[in-house]
Ligand binder design. Structure first.
Ligand SMILES: Cc1cc2nc3c(=O)[nH]c(=O)nc-3n(C[C@H](O)[C@H](O)[C@H](O)COP(=O)(O)OP(=O)(O)OC[C@H]3O[C@@H](n4cnc5c(N)ncnc54)[C@H](O)[C@@H]3O)c2cc1C
Length: 401
């Protein structure tokens, strides 16, 4: 085989790319990660202050990677989830106690996760971090892929993993098509302090303009994801803190008492994107580069992390030629169903709860009330939200996973 500079080059050091590098730390693979921004700097957009809900399944993956002990001190456990629909009767409650698990999930800010990844990456012997640099072109050869960077450097590897986010340069350079659907919605995020203790409860409240999630965090703060119709965010972001809290309170209600403080607000346009062919000759797209989701169910990173775990699992056994087509095909087949299911169920949830037809509103309310009194359905729902009940990566088999 032709000599390459690296076995594996990961393009993108966001949450998904960094997780993959960490997952492969104790392997013979010679790895580089290319990131457009200085790692762990304020400029890197992936690691802002939004709260990320980690499903229980993601905790298990991080435990296998040896990273959970560093992440755990920054996490707040979700013990209960409370789902309601504004203006309609009917609620559904999920409980860790009922499911007999320590927590249904954990909340950590993207920034804190970034700090843990950064520390882990700097300790890793088989990894070169190339940043701030971005990829400008690529050439696929039979046994390697050659990348050109923005400083005209050329580097090659047997396998390229594109973890370069929703606007993936690698996807564009390959000319890959994608299924795209603009939800015409924007997510506004901020950290909120309510009057009452959140008691580790997460709230998902559906409203006529889109869902509101309040997730428990440290110091009795809650991480807010408030989805509004695209365009409406402009006026909402301009509001004074007290007017912002009044509007939010009006839509969320008083389950946490009065909402008394709001931190910095950010906003994200929301769309669905699923790349047509995420596995190409010696190239794999993972995370947001392969599929960007609406944050309604907090599944985007959890899905990306399951891509990471599966890919690491197949790579670990094939260090000699990690870009081998059979191996990438194994990965593709393994991940296809989970990706399709999560993408479809998230999209259906957005459409179901963004529809303001009165009849549908009553049906939703009745559905939530019905789920609440049907323990098997609740158990199934809880397993899905915990990221369990799927074919899990064979965590014990690999070297690092
Ligand atoms: C409001 C909101 C709330 C969310 N909440 C949750 C949640 O609770 N739970 C959950 O699981 N998910 C959640 N998500 C989804 C989650 O944020 C994403 O799934 C996750 O950030 C995707 O990570 P990524 O590494 O694939 O992409 P990104 O975070 O976009 O990272 C891509 C990286 O690649 C770099 N890059 C880009 N182009 C290049 C290039 N050409 N060369 C080199 N580097 C490049 C970028 O600088 C960046 O660092 C939420 C999303 C939003 C918007």
């Amino acid at each position: 085989m032709k000599q390459t500079d690296y076995d594996l080059i990961i393009v993108g050091g966001g949450m998904v790319g960094a997780s993959l590098a960490c997952a492969l730390k104790n392997t013979p693979l010679n790895i580089a990660i290319i990131e457009a921004f200085v790692l762990n700097s304020d400029q890197q957009p992936s690691y802002d202050d939004r709260g990320i809900a980690l499903a229980y399944g993601s905790q298990i993956i991080f435990e296998a990677m040896g990273l959970w002990s560093q992440l755990a001190p920054h996490c707040t456990a979700i013990k209960d989830i409370h789902v309601s629909d504004r203006g309609h009767f009917g609620i559904t409650r999920l409980s860790a106690q009922v499911e007999q698990v320590p927590a249904l999930g954990q909340i950590i800010t993207a920034r804190e996760m970034g700090q843990v990844f950064h520390h882990a990456l700097t300790q890793q012997n088989n990894l070169d971090v190339i940043c701030p640099n971005s990829v400008t072109s690529l050439i696929q050869h039979s046994d390697s892929v050659e990348l050109t960077l923005d400083d005209d450097r050329h580097i090659s590897a047997k396998l390229i993993v594109a973890a370069d986010g929703g606007q993936s340069t690698i996807r564009q350079l390959l000319g890959l098509g994608a299924l795209e659907s603009d939800y015409q919605q924007t997510a506004i995020t901020a950290n909120i302090t309510p009057e009452r203790a959140h008691q580790n409860r997460a709230f998902e409240r559906f409203t006529d303009s889109g869902p509101i999630a309040l997730l428990p965090m440290s110091d009795n703060r809650c991480s807010l994801v408030w989805t509004v119709t695209a365009g409406d965010e402009k006026d909402i972001l301009k509001l004074s803190d007290s007017d912002f809290l009044t509007q939010l309170q009006e839509r969320f209600g008083y389950r946490l008492g009065k909402l008394i403080r709001v931190g910095q607000r950010n906003n994200y346009p929301l769309k669905l994107m699923q790349a047509d062919q995420p596995v190409q000759h010696r190239i794999v797209l993972i995370g947001n580069a392969a599929h960007s989701l609406h944050p309604i169910a907090g599944q985007g990173f959890n899905l990306g992390l399951r891509d990471v775990a599966a890919l690491a699992d197949v790579l670990i056994d094939h260090c000699e030629d990690c870009g081998d087509a059979h191996l990438l095909n194994d990965y593709k087949q393994w991940r296809q169903q989970d990706q399709d299911n999560v993408i479809k169920s998230t999209d259906s949830l957005v459409k179901l709860f963004s529809n303001n037809q009165p009849l549908l509103g009553h049906c939703r309310g009745a559905g939530l009330a019905l789920i609440d009194v049907l323990p098997p359905v609740k158990h199934w729902l809880a397993k899905k939200s915990m990221g369990l009940g799927r074919k899990q990566p064979r965590l014990g088999r690999g070297i690092s996973l």
